[in-house]
Design a protein around this ligand. Structure first.
Ligand code: NAP
Length: 348
């Protein structure tokens, strides 16, 4: 495990993009190096990374060219967001010991201009809450259901990848808001988590179902008002068969298509027309100005005990490449993060 112990002269351990994957990413696509941590200049802050968020979108950033964001150049630090502690500050408003979130990159001790940092409001939650139920995955679920999905009490809601980072929060928000919720997840353990801990009304193990559409029909006997789709492909097609009148389909992600040799051609769009439904994609970044609204709501549900979050924690920067691959093999349950350090006393 790469890390620095108290008393080390500060070394920044980094993981750089070394090769562009053609399939599921792994350690072979990264190289490690270690440099002295950069001394902060005016307006900069030297950080100690605590948690990195591991997200499916990172796979698209490893491509050449542009998607919704520019691809990462070969030889550059892998892009990624996380939570860090300030070790040294040369910026107004930040002091040693502050906790911040930022696009840290896959590195242990980044030095970053303060304008790119957001100080954590610890009144809302702990560092673990900020990478978990107050983090971007949770915020994505909040805006996806409400603003894109137009969620209403008593809606019949279906969520795919329901045991994952976004999905587990989507299931719970919908339940808290008085909806009837069914979750789709891979394997009996994930389904038990969705049913017993997230308290969905039904869970569908798509890996065990020869006919997913029939299984959705059993779990959602009155149909689906709101489908929150994290998966795309054949799962989306199966869900479309069960839309009720006026249904909304939220295109949050399409992880099943990331490594598909040929893009899946959705067949059931006619069902959307027949239901007078609508389907809309979104990117959470467009809600940047309203993140506080989501976090205030989520923190309140956290405090009253109605919202839980399972973090799937890997320890050490060197685990990040393996972690990224785990998302595409369904090996994570809950929000996947890499822990680089714990909140021990500051060593500056
Ligand atoms: N729109 C936005 O702004 C936004 C923001 C964040 C995330 N997202 C999207 O939200 C989705 C979930 O992201 P997350 O970070 O919460 O990841 P996650 O759900 O924690 O992990 C990914 C999960 O996807 C499922 N999966 C992987 N490959 C699959 C396949 N071929 N077919 C079906 N399911 C598959 C696996 O669950 P099972 O074992 O249950 O299959 C896996 O655990 C992703 O599509 C992501 O791109 C969108």
């Amino acid at each position: 495990m790469l890390n620095s112990a108290p008393g080390d002269s500060l070394v920044n351990h980094r993981l750089l993009l070394a090769a562009r994957p053609s399939a599921i990413p792994g350690p072979e696509h990264f190289t490690a190096d270690s440099l002295p941590a950069r001394v902060p200049g005016a307006g900069d802050v030297l950080l100690e990374s605590l948690y990195l968020s591991i997200d499916p979108a990172m796979r698209s950033w490893m491509r050449d060219g542009t998607g919704y964001q520019q691809g990462i150049p070969i030889g550059e630090v892998m892009r990624g967001g996380g939570i860090a502690r300030v070790l040294q500050s040369r910026a107004d408003g930040f002091a040693a010991g502050d906790l911040v979130q930022a696009r840290l990159g896959w590195q242990t001790h980044p030095t970053i201009a303060a304008r790119y940092l957001q100080k954590l409001d610890l009144g809302l939650g702990t560092a673990e809450d900020w990478i978990g139920p107050l983090g971007l995955s949770a915020v994505t679920a909040y805006f996806g259901l409400r603003d894109i999905g137009g969620m209403r009490p008593n809606d019949r809601v279906l969520v795919s990848a329901a045991a994952g980072g976004v999905g587990q929060i989507a299931v719970q928000i919908a339940r808290i808001e008085g909806c009837r919720v069914a979750g789709i997840a891979g394997g009996p353990q994930k389904c038990a988590f969705v049913r017993d801990e997230l308290r969905a009304h039904a869970a569908i193990d798509y890996k065990a179902e020869p006919n997913l559409s029939a299984a959705i029909g059993r779990a959602c006997p009155d149909g689906v008002d709101l489908y929150f789709d994290n998966v795309g492909g054949a799962t989306l097609d199966a869900a479309l068969e069960h839309l009720r009148q006026g249904a909304r389909v939220v295109l949050c992600g399409r992880i099943s298509q990331t490594h598909a040799e040929e893009a899946y051609g959705v067949r059931n769009l006619g069902r959307l027309a027949a239901a007078r439904g609508r389907m809309q994609g979104f990117l959470v970044f467009n809600y940047h100005d309203r993140y506080d609204e989501a976090r205030t709501w989520l923190a309140a549900r956290r405090r009253d005990g109605s919202l839980q979050q399972r973090l799937h924690v890997l320890d050490g920067l060197d685990q990040a490449p393996r972690g990224l691959g785990m998302l595409f093999r369904g090996e994570n349950t809950g929000k996947l993060v890499v822990r680089l350090a714990t909140l021990a006393p500051t060593h500056s």
